[in-house]
Design a protein around this ligand. Structure first.
Ligand SMILES: *Cc1c(COP(=O)(O)O)cnc(C)c1O
Length: 416
């Protein structure tokens, strides 16, 4: 695709293109941050009015039953499960990814304490999203039993890290900064061969790449709904537990929503059968309700088609940037091999922050991550080939004109 005309043609032949009409995207914006905060599904506007005015306003307390509020975490979990290779009754949408990491880490450690108590190492990678590492550190500190975190980095390969002392391996399927993707089935098999359990963070994978938790024989998975699943800012996260573990252990945030009979108001905790034991307390119903609007759009798309288009968009972006911006100090951070690429592309530039602010001022909304990384997300449900062309045109202009050197583009906000 060497011309804008060719991109327009590719858009016309794109089977996913009609889905864009179900989203409300501001005019003049090329949105390349769906990996951080997804866009607004049009249906969410009517749904929010319904939840607030009818279900809350008129239904009041009756809506827990009449509007099935109590069932929402499971009903949404079942829909989401179809996107990540999970069976019915195996996923709940609840809490935050960080909290779900806590629950899954605690459960995985508990399983290992019974099976192999000498295993005291939790493996992750230095480049993992910070909250994943912080939750491991918090868990180790809470347990006070000699657990240690071991990080994979340029000096320690995953293979080297996985020895007989490892209890749990916690990795992101797609890395938030580099866009690198692991082969989930292969890595899970490696971990299992060494006796370790796996927790997969699907924050940058769910809705972006095909995921098959069942096929990969994974143990636990968590992830966000506000990124590629377009659930809304701060929308509740999800958690999946392999059925072979679910009923044998429970997680320590044993709130009443995870009780077998919450309205018995019993003195003693008794975990619900199945994945509902991973719930803790009362859910944010308004926010939770809106998650369904994004999920319903994702479920209309064939994930293999989403993947095919995502790779075509990222290939096109990389090729255009390399040919049009060759004289600028941009380096590709994201792997070129399809098998190891998620759905965003990261480029390094010595003045990455200012360049991104100048791009945002021109309507190309990506984001910036330390150090020096410009991140561009590609969401095949609403981003097209012509959008890629136009975004690279603007990037080229921002770099050629050096407009990013204007002082206002170096001022930092609280969120980058
Ligand atoms: C976005 C992201 C999170 C976010 O966690 P929250 O609890 O929702 O703030 C966690 N892990 C990864 C890998 C992420 O990309």
């Amino acid at each position: 695709m060497h011309t804008r005309e060719a991109c327009l043609q590719a858009d016309q032949q794109d089977p996913l293109a009609p889905l864009k009409a179900q989203f409300d995207i501001p005019a003049g914006v090329l949105y390349m941050d769906g990996n951080s905060l997804g866009v607004l599904p049009k249906a969410a506007v009517a749904r929010s009015a319904q939840v607030i005015q009818q279900e809350w306003g008129q239904g009041l307390i009756r809506s827990w039953n009449d509007a099935s509020w109590f069932e929402l975490p499971s009903r949404l979990g079942d829909k989401l499960g179809r996107l990540i290779g999970a069976g019915t009754g195996q996923v709940v949408v609840t809490d935050t990814t960080s909290l779900n990491l806590f629950k899954s880490l605690a459960a995985a450690i508990r399983i290992q304490q019974q099976a192999a108590p000498q295993r005291k190492i939790i493996v992750s990678e230095r480049d993992n999203f910070p909250t994943d590492l912080y939750m491991i550190q918090g868990m180790i500190d809470l347990l006070q039993q000699g657990y240690e975190m071991r990080l994979v980095d340029e000096d320690l390969s995953l293979e080297q890290a996985l020895d007989d002392s490892v209890a749990v391996l916690l990795l992101s399927h797609v890395n938030y900064r580099t866009g690198h993707m692991y082969d989930m089935a292969d890595v899970t098999a490696q971990a299992h061969a060494r006796g370790a359990l796996t927790i997969w963070d699907l924050a940058h994978a769910a809705g972006a790449v095909p995921v098959d938790l069942t096929g990969a024989n994974a143990d636990f998975a968590v992830g966000c709904t506000y990124k590629y699943l377009n659930g809304g800012p701060g929308a509740p996260a999800f958690i999946w537990v392999a059925p072979r573990h679910t009923d044998h252990f429970w997680q320590p945030l044993s709130g009443w929503w995870g009780h077998q009979r919450p309205f018995d108001m019993a003195v003693n905790y008794e975990p619900a059968g199945g994945i509902r034991r991973y719930l803790c307390g009362t859910q944010p119903i308004v926010s939770l309700s809106l998650v369904e609007c994004g999920l319903d759009i994702s479920l209309q798309a064939d994930m293999n088609e989403v993947r095919r288009k995502s790779l075509a968009l990222t290939d096109l972006f990389i090729a255009l940037v390399e040919s049009r911006c060759a004289r600028h100090p941009l380096t590709l951070v994201t792997p070129r091999e399809h098998a190891h690429r998620g759905s965003h592309v990261s480029l390094r530039h010595p003045h990455g922050y200012a360049v991104m602010q100048a791009l945002i001022a021109r309507g190309v909304i990506g984001d910036y991550r330390e150090p020096e990384v410009l991140r561009f997300g590609f969401t095949p449900l609403y981003f097209g080939y012509t959008d890629v062309w136009d975004a690279v045109e603007i990037l080229t202009d921002v770099l050629d004109s050096e407009i990013w050197k204007q002082p206002e583009f170096s001022r930092r906000g609280a969120v980058t």
